[in-house]
Design a binder for this molecule. Structure first.
Ligand code: MSP
Length: 514
């Protein structure tokens, strides 16, 4: 693939204090869809995910579980790896922050920041939230029950007073503002970008980047009393995975990353601290950070204490993998918060997958099977209706490409469904079952137009629903599946033998009470 355009996409690395839930699945899925799409579109892709294993939060969880932090990390990291596999994710690497390669990269970055004069020794006194692994200023805190001070996220905070190394974040305020200004797309969506810029304009204080009150972290080079702040450690994973501190090889090939996908709660770390660390080390910041919204469950905030955490593996079990992949990227405009409900899931699954897409394929393929000798039909001249249908199908690639580049998955899928619905309308209007008796040659043309439309649709749904799309393409005997096969140049060849058709998108049937 030498010379191909590259695309490097990352998920946040997940804390190992917890089991994987729908939020983790969501970020990873969105990245997988992009990675698959870009690969099919001819890019040399690197898709990275992994686990964030150090810090006070993990240390405390291990204590509660009565095991070592490393044992907890080993156990839970495996669950995240398994989740990615069960979601059919195509990640090229899975990084763990307890790996040697990562410890070496973080210590090299630290040394570089000391050399550049951006890290100095001082004393921290202020608020810290273990749950968020974040420092907060007095002015950011909110009043909780009994007047207790809480982080703006609602997490408890504690007063910390200890020697600490600091990163000279205050010195990077203007450089960051210049960077946002020169790169209008570097933080998305726009609302998050505005939030980041106003936070930076509000003034940046130097950031405490080491702790002495616990041990579970990467030691500061030359000062074993300190472990590094978990976010400096964690963010560095994105360059560890491309070989930093070596700046040849994969680093030269993939860095800067094209996209860090994150949830809205961790934008500040990715769009303020991380670019500042990188600039201070003389490295380029990632091209773009996209922050998606949060899921609620049947209208309620998801939390362990409420007991309404959604297990993505249970969803896959109940509704099917591609159904869940489709639902998550279709239901909510990407970037907004969204609500998961059984009803919404079944609606999407039955009306859009089974009725719209599944039925289209099913009726066209079974008619071809019965009436065209199990081969791609022969077509004659096209009329206006045929041409309009084909143009719509052949014009989809550039629409989807544009949506993917803006990470508006829901818009991309809607563009595909406009064509699916148009194709169902075309079947009804052309009524090939009537043509069978009155004009079999015309029936062949209509069925060919439909089969060719489905070929284009199935090529384009591959990134979202890899297994189901592959089944559709198998049924059309399409072997060339990269996106440069979309369009009229590679249209189906009449007479190509086809396998026996099978349904692809089952309906969800509610269990009837006895
Ligand atoms: N370890 C840090 C990230 C370090 S990246 C260098 C972390 N981990 S996390 O496991 O707590 O969260 C990972 C992601 O899950 C975040 O992007 C967060 O936004 C996302 N979600 C957690 N709950 C969520 C929902 N209910 N809905 C959608 N996403 C949510 O933060």
């Amino acid at each position: 693939m030498s010379g191909a355009k590259t695309f490097y996409v990352t998920t946040p690395i997940y804390y190992v204090n917890d089991k994987p839930h729908i939020g983790h699945a969501y970020t990873t899925l969105a990245c997988d869809v992009l990675a698959r799409f870009k690969r099919l579109d001819g890019y040399d892709v690197k898709f990275l995910t992994g686990t964030d294993e150090h810090g006070q939060k993990v240390e405390k969880s291990a204590e509660v579980a009565g095991i070592s932090p490393q044992a907890l990390a080993d156990k839970n990291s495996a669950n995240f790896r398994e989740l990615a596999a069960r979601l059919n994710c195509s990640n090229d690497d899975f990084i763990r922050t307890t790996e040697k390669r990562h410890v070496a990269a973080v210590q090299a970055l630290w040394t570089k920041l000391v050399e550049s004069g951006d890290i100095y020794l001082g004393h921290y006194e202020g608020w810290y939230s273990v749950r968020d692994e974040a420092f907060y200023g007095e002015d950011e805190l909110v009043a909780g029950p009994n007047g207790r001070k809480l982080a703006p996220t609602g997490a408890p905070v504690e007063w910390v007073k200890e020697p600490s190394y600091f990163f000279r974040l205050s010195a990077w305020q203007d450089k960051l503002l210049e960077w946002y200004d020169a790169n209008p797309d570097c933080v998305a969506p726009q609302s998050r970008r505005n939030e980041v810029i106003s936070f930076v304009k509000g003034g940046l204080q130097d950031l405490s980047v080491s702790r002495t009150s616990f041990k579970w972290g990467i030691p500061v080079p030359g000062d074993d009393a300190h472990v590094m702040y978990v976010w400096l450690d964690a963010l560095t994973n994105y360059i560890t995975a491309v070989g930093y501190p070596d700046q040849g090889g994969d680093y030269a090939r993939y860095w800067p990353a094209d996209l860090h996908m994150v949830g809205k709660d961790i934008v500040r770390f990715h769009a303020v601290y991380w670019p500042a660390f990188l600039m201070a080390a003389g490295l380029k910041p990632a091209t773009r950070v996209f922050a998606h919204g949060w899921w609620t469950n049947e209208g309620q905030k998801i939390s362990k204490s409420v007991g309404n955490v959604i297990d993505p593996l249970e969803l896959i079990e109940k509704y099917g993998l591609d159904q869940v992949r489709y639902f998550m990227l279709r239901e909510v405009p990407f970037g907004n918060d969204g609500d998961y409900s059984h009803r919404a899931m079944v609606m999407r699954m039955n009306s859009e997958l089974a009725n719209d897409y599944g039925n289209l394929a099913q009726r066209v393929l079974s008619m071809i099977g019965k009436n065209c000798g199990n081969a791609v039909p022969v077509h004659g001249e096209f009329n206006d209706d045929d041409r309009e249908m084909l143009d719509a199908a052949h014009g989809l690639l550039h629409k989807l490409r544009d949506a993917m580049d803006r990470q508006v998955f829901h818009e991309g899928l809607e563009a595909l469904w406009v064509v699916i619905r148009a194709a169902n309308g075309y079947v009804d209007r052309q009524a090939p079952w009537t043509l069978k008796k009155t004009d079999p040659a015309r029936m062949g043309t209509v069925l060919w137009v439909l089969a060719e439309t489905i070929r284009n649709l199935a090529l384009l749904t591959q990134a979202f629903m890899p297994d189901s799309s592959a089944k559709l393409l198998d049924q059309l005997a399409v072997t060339e599946r990269s996106l440069d096969r979309c369009g009229s140049h590679h249209a189906l060849k009449p007479g190509t033998p086809l396998p026996v058709p099978q349904g692809v998108f089952p309906r969800f049937v509610e269990e009837q009470p006895e």
